[in-house]
Design a protein around this ligand. Structure first.
Ligand code: SF4
Length: 326
C-alpha cells in the first residue's frame, strides 16, 4: 500500500482528521511523524536560517524524520482559506523550502490551496493530488466528502464539547488520550491563545496547558469559541483579517477580553512576523481592560522550562491574590 507521510506540525492540529480521511479513502496508508523531540527541533533548526520562526523549524525536523518512512510526504502550499485574507508566506512556500533543505525527501504532494480564487481551483487541486492513487473522479469525490465530514466532526468536538485538539483527536481515535486534567474545582479561568501548532505541541511549549491545569486553572482556547465570535472580535480590533489564522490570536484575545475569564496568556512563536504585528493590537486593547491580567510569552527553541514555569506560577499567584482581595 502506498504510504503518505504527514508531518505532526503546523496545520496538523487543524486539519489532520480531514487529510487522513481523504488519503485513507483513496487507499493510501497514512504515516504521521512521531511527537516533537529535542532531536526533531535540532535537526529542523540546523536546516534553515536562525531567524526562521520556530514552527517552521519544527516542521522541517518532522519532515526529516519521515525520510525513509513513506512514499510521499503531504505538504500543501496553503495560500488562502477564505476570500480577503492570505496565509503567512511561510505556508505558501513550504513545499519549496522543504525541497531545498531536506535532502532525500520523498516526493512531495504539494497541492496549491487558494480558496480566495474560488472552489473550482480547489477541486482541481484535489483531483491532481489524487493522481498517484486513482484517476477515478467518483472516488476522489467520495474521498473529499468523507474528508469534509471528518473535519466537521472534529470541529464540533472542539466548539460544542469544549475539547482542545489533542482531546478531540483522541476522541476520534487518532491520538492516544492526553492526560489533561483539572485537579479539583478550578479556582480561575485563563484563556490561552496562540497558533494551535504552538499551543498543542507539548514539547515546544513545555506542557503549558497541562501545567496551568495542575495549578487549578480552567483553560479555554480559541477552539472553544465560535468561529463567528472570533471573526467578530477580530473585525472589532483589526478591522479585517490580513492573515488567515490570526483570529486564533487577535480574535480569541478580543473575544475573551469581553468574557468571564480572569486572565489571558498569548503564546507567540519567536520569529513570527504576523504575530508580532497583531499581538501589539491585542496588548493595547488589553490595557483598556485592567480587570483581566494579560501576559505574553514568546517561545523559541531555547526557552527554558524552569523560566517558563516560574512566570506561570507568578502569574497565577497574582490572579489568585487579586481574586482573594476582592
Ligand atoms: S504565522 Fe508565524 S509562526 Fe506561523 S508559520 Fe507564519 S511566521 Fe511562522
Amino acid at each position: 500500500m502506498t504510504k503518505v507521510g504527514i508531518p505532526r506540525a503546523l496545520l496538523y492540529y487543524q486539519f489532520y482528521p480531514m487529510w487522513r480521511t481523504f488519503f485513507s479513502h483513496l487507499g493510501a496508508d497514512v504515516v504521521v511523524s512521531a511527537p516533537t523531540t529535542k532531536s526533531v527541533i535540532t535537526t529542523g533548526s540546523s536546516r534553515v536560517v536562525s531567524e526562521t520562526c520556530l514552527p517552521v523549524k519544527v516542521f522541517c525536523g518532522h519532515v526529516r524524520s519521515l525520510v525513509g518512512q513513506c512514499d510521499y510526504v503531504f505538504i500543501p502550499s496553503v495560500c488562502s482559506l477564505e476570500k480577503g485574507s492570505h496565509n503567512c508566506s511561510k505556508f505558501m512556500g513550504l513545499p519549496d523550502v522543504i525541497k531545498a533543505v531536506v535532502p532525500n525527501c520523498p516526493p512531495i504532494l504539494d497541492p496549491d490551496i487558494d480558496l480566495a480564487k474560488g472552489k473550482r481551483g480547489f477541486y482541481l487541486a484535489l483531483y491532481h493530488l489524487s493522481r498517484p492513487f486513482t484517476w477515478n473522479p467518483l472516488k476522489v469525490k467520495a474521498a473529499s466528502e468523507a474528508a469534509w465530514q471528518s473535519h466537521l466532526t472534529y470541529r464540533d468536538l472542539m466548539h460544542n464539547q469544549g475539547l482542545v485538539p489533542l482531546q478531540a483527536l483522541a476522541q476520534m481515535g487518532l491520538e492516544p488520550e492526553p492526560d489533561f486534567h483539572e485537579p479539583g474545582p478550578a479556582t480561575m479561568t485563563i484563556a490561552v491563545i496562540g497558533h494551535p501548532y504552538v499551543l498543542f505541541d507539548e514539547y515546544i511549549n513545555h506542557k503549558l496547558i497541562r501545567r496551568l491545569q495542575g495549578m487549578g486553572v480552567r483553560v479555554v482556547t480559541a477552539e472553544m469559541a465560535g468561529e463567528e465570535d472570533l471573526a467578530l472580535s477580530l473585525k472589532k480590533l483589526a478591522g479585517r483579517a490580513y492573515w488567515t489564522f490570526e483570529d486564533e490570536i487577535v480574535g480569541a484575545g478580543g473575544h475573551y477580553l469581553e468574557r468571564n475569564v480572569d486572565g489571558i496568556i498569548s503564546v507567540v512563536a519567536f520569529g513570527c512576523g504576523p504575530d508580532s504585528l497583531m499581538i501589539d493590537l491585542l496588548q493595547r486593547q488589553a490595557r483598556k481592560v485592567p480587570t483581566k491580567a494579560y501576559m505574553s510569552l514568546t517561545i523559541d527553541e531555547h526557552t527554558a522550562e524552569a523560566g517558563l514555569v516560574t512566570r506561570l506560577e507568578a502569574y497565577v499567584d497574582m490572579i489568585r491574590r487579586r481574586k482573594n482581595s476582592v
